[in-house]
Design a protein around this ligand. Structure first.
Ligand SMILES: Cc1ncc(COP(=O)(O)O)c(C=O)c1O
Length: 477
C-alpha cells in the first residue's frame, strides 16, 4: 500500500463493516465522523480496496527512514535482536521497561531445568545446583550495578526485598524518626515504605513533591534531609517520566546527615551503568523482568554495602548460618545470603540467568550509548511529527537526566494507546492519567522500529481511529 495513504475497516466493536481508504494527500477523517467539509474519500468495500488494518509502514519513503536504516547499520548491538524469540511479523514491542522479551536461550535452559534437573535429577538438584544458584546469580548481576562479589543476592519480589531493606534500615538508625521519598516513586515503594515505617514507633514518611511530575525534586529532597532522617529511599529512574537521579549526589547528601540511602534500580539495571559501590550507596533493590529479560514474575535482587549494619528483619531458614542444622534458634549467615528468607523459584532463576547473560555480553556502556541514541531519535521524531497532534514530552529532555524509556502525554492517551496495540501492532504501555510510555530496550529495539512506530502513531491520531475505543480503562494497563 502507498506509504502516504492510510486505510482501515470500520468493523471494530460491532460497528459498520464499511471500509475507508485515504488517498495520498488527503487528510483522514475523524472516526466515526461526518464527511462534510473534510478532505477524505469514503468508499464502499471492494476486493481491491478493503483493507482491514492501519497502514503499518515501515514508510521507507518518509523523511528519516534512511537515517534510521543507517543508524541500525552502525549499531554494534544490532545482532542481539536475533537472540530473542521472534514475535509476530510487524509487531513493534516498546514495553521492555515493563516486561522484557524472551531470549531464545531461555527456552532451552528452562526446558533443561524442567526435564532434567527437576524431571530426572529430582531432589538431588538441590545440593548439585539449586541451593547456591541465587547467590551465584547475585554475583553475575553485581558488575551490572557496580557491586562486588557477595554483595548482591537474588531473592523475593522487588516489593518484599524493598520491605526487608526499608525496615532493616530504619531499625539500624534508632532515634531517627523520618524516612524521605518523593512522589515519582513507584507505588509499591511508597506502600512498602509506609508499612515499614508503621512498624517503628513515631516514624513518619515525608514525601517530597515533584514540581512538574517529570523531574525529581532533587534540591528539595536535599533540603529536607536532616539529623532526624533515618532513610532516603528513591527510584534511580522514575517509572513514569523516566527521570534519573544523580545517585552520587543524593547519596552524599544523605550521608552528610548520617542517613542511609536505598535505591530502587528496577528501571535502570540493564540499561544504565550503575555505580553502587563507587557512589557509596548503602542499599539497593531491582527487578529482573524488565531490561534483564528474566520473564514474568522473576525474582528481584538486592544489594547491601559490605560496610552496612542493616539486618534482615524477615529472617527465614534460607538466611540462617547453617540451614541444614535445623536449629531451634535463628543465627544469621555472615554472607549476603542472610537477606534471603525462603525457597527460591528455581524455574525463574534459570530464566534470569540467561537474561542477565545477554546484558553482560552486550556490556552496560554499549547498552547506555544505544539507549541514549534511541531515545534522542524517538524524542526528535516525536517533536516533529507527534507534538503537532497534541502529544507532549513527559520525560526530561536531556539524556543525562533520563533512563531508557520516554513518556508522552496526550489528552486522549488511553484510547490512543489501545489503538496503538490493536490497530498499530505497536505495544507501549499506558500510565494514568494521560501518559504513554515507550520503552527503548537497547538489546532489541532498532532505529527502524522507532521510525515505524512514530509513523503508526501519526496515522492513528490523524485518522481518529482511536476514537472508536471505549474511554473506560481496563484494570490492567
Ligand atoms: C520502580 C519499580 N519498583 C518495583 C516494581 C514492582 O515490584 P514487584 O516486582 O514487587 O512487583 C516496579 C514495577 O514495575 C517498578 O517499576
Amino acid at each position: 500500500m502507498n506509504s502516504s495513504a492510510a486505510a482501515w475497516s470500520m468493523s471494530r466493536h460491532g460497528k459498520s463493516s464499511t471500509s475507508v481508504a485515504l488517498l495520498p494527500g488527503f487528510r483522514p477523517p475523524r472516526f466515526p465522523g461526518s464527511i462534510g467539509g473534510r478532505q477524505y474519500a469514503l468508499v464502499a468495500p471492494s476486493k481491491d480496496m478493503a483493507v482491514t488494518t492501519l497502514d503499518l509502514g515501515p514508510y521507507p519513503a518518509e523523511e528519516g527512514h534512511s537515517d534510521a536504516v543507517a543508524l541500525d547499520q552502525r549499531d554494534p548491538l544490532s545482532e542481539f535482536a536475533d537472540r530473542f524469540a521472534p514475535v509476530e511479523p510487524g509487531l513493534i514491542y516498546l514495553d521492555g521497561n515493563s516486561l522484557g522479551r524472551l531470549p531464545k536461550a531461555t527456552i532451552a535452559r528452562v526446558r533443561d531445568v524442567v526435564e532434567d534437573e527437576w524431571g530426572q535429577q529430582l531432589i538431588r538438584s538441590w545440593p548439585a545446583r539449586w541451593w547456591n544458584q541465587a547467590a551465584e546469580l547475585g554475583n553475575r548481576i553485581a558488575p551490572l550495578v557496580g557491586a562486588g562479589n557477595d554483595q548482591v543476592v537474588v531473592t523475593d519480589s522487588t516489593s518484599v526485598a524493598l520491605f526487608k531493606l526499608t525496615l532493616g534500615a530504619i531499625r539500624s538508625r534508632p532515634g531517627r524518626r523520618r524516612v524521605i521519598t518523593d512522589d515519582l516513586n513507584f507505588p509499591t515503594d511508597n506502600y512498602v515504605t509506609a508499612a515499614a515505617a508503621d512498624l517503628v514507633d513515631d516514624c513518619e514518611v515525608i514525601m517530597v513533591r515533584s514540581e512538574d511530575g517529570v523531574h525529581g525534586p532533587a534540591d528539595a529532597i536535599i533540603a529536607a534531609l536532616d539529623e532526624d532522617t533515618a532513610l532516603l529511599t528513591l527510584s534511580h529512574v522514575a517509572f513514569k517520566s523516566g527521570y534519573m537521579y544523580d545517585m552520587e549526589r543524593l547519596t552524599a547528601a544523605a550521608h552528610d546527615v548520617g542517613a542511609i540511602v536505598l535505591w530502587d534500580l528496577s528501571h535502570s539495571v540493564g540499561a544504565i551503568p550503575i555505580q553502587l559501590a563507587a557512589s557509596g550507596a548503602d542499599l539497593a533493590v531491582g527487578c529482573t523482568y524488565k531490561y534483564l529479560n528474566g520473564g514474568p514474575g522473576s525474582p528481584a535482587f538486592l544489594y547491601v554495602n559490605p560496610s552496612s549494619s542493616v539486618e534482615n528483619p524477615l529472617q527465614g531458614w534460607w538466611g540462617h548460618a547453617e540451614p541444614f542444622a535445623f536449629d531451634l534458634e535463628y543465627r544469621s549467615a555472615a554472607s549476603i545470603r542472610r537477606f534471603q528468607t525462603g525457597t527460591m523459584p528455581i524455574l525463574s532463576l534459570a530464566a534470569v540467568e540467561t537474561g542477565v547473560g545477554l546484558s553482560r555480553e552486550a556490556g552496560v556502556d554499549r547498552l547506555r550509548t544505544k539507549s541514549m541514541a534511541l531515545s534522542e531519535f524517538f524524542i526528535d521524531r516525536s517533536a516533529d511529527r507527534l507534538h503537532p497532534l497534541g502529544f507532549e514530552l513527559a520525560s526530561p529532555r536531556s539524556s543525562q537526566l533520563r533512563g531508557s524509556h520516554v513518556s508522552l502525554r496526550h489528552p486522549d492517551a488511553w484510547r490512543v494507546a489501545q489503538s496503538m496495540i490493536e490497530d498499530g501492532k505497536l505495544i507501549p504501555d499506558f500510565r494514568a492519567p494521560n501518559n504513554i510510555r515507550f520503552g527503548l530496550a537497547p538489546l532489541y529495539t532498532s532505529f527502524v522500529d522507532v521510525h515505524t512506530a512514530i509513523g503508526r502513531i501519526e496515522r492513528i491520531v490523524t485518522s481518529g481511529i482511536h476514537e472508536s475505543y471505549p474511554g473506560a480503562r481496563s484494570s490492567v494497563t
